[in-house]
Design a protein around this ligand. Structure first.
Ligand SMILES: Nc1nc2c(c(=O)[nH]1)N[C@H]1C(S)=C(S)[C@@H](COP(=O)(O)O)O[C@H]1N2
Ligand SMILES: [Mo]
Length: 363
């Protein structure tokens, strides 16, 4: 049994990488702070909000710097419920399913948290700075950086997203300073962290001290040489060296679902789990199958809040073998508002990221 710390399963102590037990996680629509996973590439920072400043620069008319108090005074607070999920969520499931090792922290299915984030809209922050959009120069990005500490693979941590996502009214991107109505804790980025609803956790930079508008993506290691889905033929780190620059960074989360519990009793199975929306819209339906995918039965959606939250669901289904059938496998499958269906399986990749095959549990 893995080491636990305050109820979370610790995969790595330093830097801290821990996730909550799956059944406990899905017992709460909004994830209580003590159950929010911790994913760190460097030490957790304890910063002084009185002096720590966020800088806005790059292709803007007016560079600016703000402390937490200055941000709170200058801009209205916005709130968004959004699921934060690591690209490595379900890494262990990919390794098991493919029976082939992957590289990285061997996460289970609990590196996801559904949180009410509060902060300033990135859109408000950038519009106040006045984004300059020179004609005909191609793609633009919002780059985020935290220079306060070195990480495992770089001297700082950074990420970038298309500028359009940062500016769009319905993109709901925030510079957050609150989590579930309370000030952010150091572990989750106090005083500021980026919240990019629908995007992979790696882009939600914690302890962020710089937002830069640029024609170039962030050149940070974690944007350029990690958090990418390498093609399955890449089998080693050495081979990967030739591929990083050819593969796009992971941005949006894929449509996904996970089975968190399955209890058989009296010829019936009660199944519970969560689903995650993909780039084409919120989850519209989750179905379960106890006959290896021959037939699917709709689950009841028990929680969903807005475009970016996770979806909790449960179903009680009859087992085909009746009373005698107390062992088997149950699958879950999500569908989104645009009619996309979660795939049965996805390719193996070296870093074991973005696994989104059917949810699965033996019972
Ligand atoms: N500065 C900094 N920001 C970071 C990271 C990091 O290591 N350093 N990890 C990223 C990754 S990979 C994820 S999944 C999320 C995890 O956020 P959490 O620890 O609050 O759950 O933060 C992101 N932001
Ligand atoms: Mo992550």
């Amino acid at each position: 049994m893995a080491e636990t710390q305050e109820g979370r399963i610790v995969h790595q102590r330093s830097p801290l990488n821990a996730e909550p037990p799956l059944q406990e996680l899905v017992a709460h629509p909004l994830t209580p702070e003590e159950l929010v996973y911790a994913r760190n590439h460097g030490p957790i920072e304890h910063l002084d909000a009185a002096t720590f400043k966020l800088k806005v620069d790059g292709l803007v008319e007016r560079e600016a710097e703000y402390t937490l108090e200055e941000i709170q005074n200058a801009f209205p607070k916005a709130e968004v419920v959004a699921a934060l999920q690591c690209a490595g969520n379900r890494r262990g499931a990919m390794q098991d399913k493919k029976d082939k090792p992957v590289e990285g922290v061997l996460w289970g299915q609990g590196t996801i948290a559904n949180v009410r984030w509060g902060g300033v809209r990135l859109r408000d922050l950038l519009r106040t700075a006045g984004v300059r959009m020179p004609q005909g120069q191609g793609a633009m990005y919002a780059c985020f950086a935290s220079h306060v500490t070195a990480c495992e693979q770089d001297d700082w941590f950074g990420a970038s997203i298309p500028l359009e996502k940062a500016l769009s009214e319905d993109g709901d991107a925030l510079l957050a300073y609150e989590m579930n109505g309370k000030p952010l804790k150091p572990e989750h980025g106090f005083p500021f962290r980026v919240v990019i609803p629908g995007y992979s956790g790696a882009r939600w930079v914690k302890w962020v001290d710089q937002v830069t508008v640029s024609h170039r993506e962030s050149d940070n290691f974690y944007q350029q040489r990690d958090y990418k889905v390498l093609p399955p033929e890449v089998q080693t780190r050495e081979q990967a060296e030739h591929f990083w620059s050819k593969v796009p960074p992971i941005l949006a989360n894929p449509l996904n679902s996970v089975v968190a519990s399955a209890d058989a009793f009296g010829g019936h199975l009660t199944v519970k789990g969560y689903a995650v929306s993909g780039p084409a819209g919120q989850v519209a339906r989750v179905c379960v199958s106890v006959d290896d995918g021959a037939s699917w039965q709709p689950a009841q959606i028990t929680y969903q809040e807005g475009r970016w939250s996770w979806t909790l669901w449960e179903a009680t289904v009859r087992l085909p073998g009746g009373e005698a059938a107390c062992h088997g496998t149950v699958y879950s499958r999500a569908e989104d508002m645009s009619g996309h269906v979660q795939p049965k399986d996805t390719d193996w990749n070296l870093r074991g990221v973005v696994y989104h095959g059917y949810g699965e549990m033996r019972f």
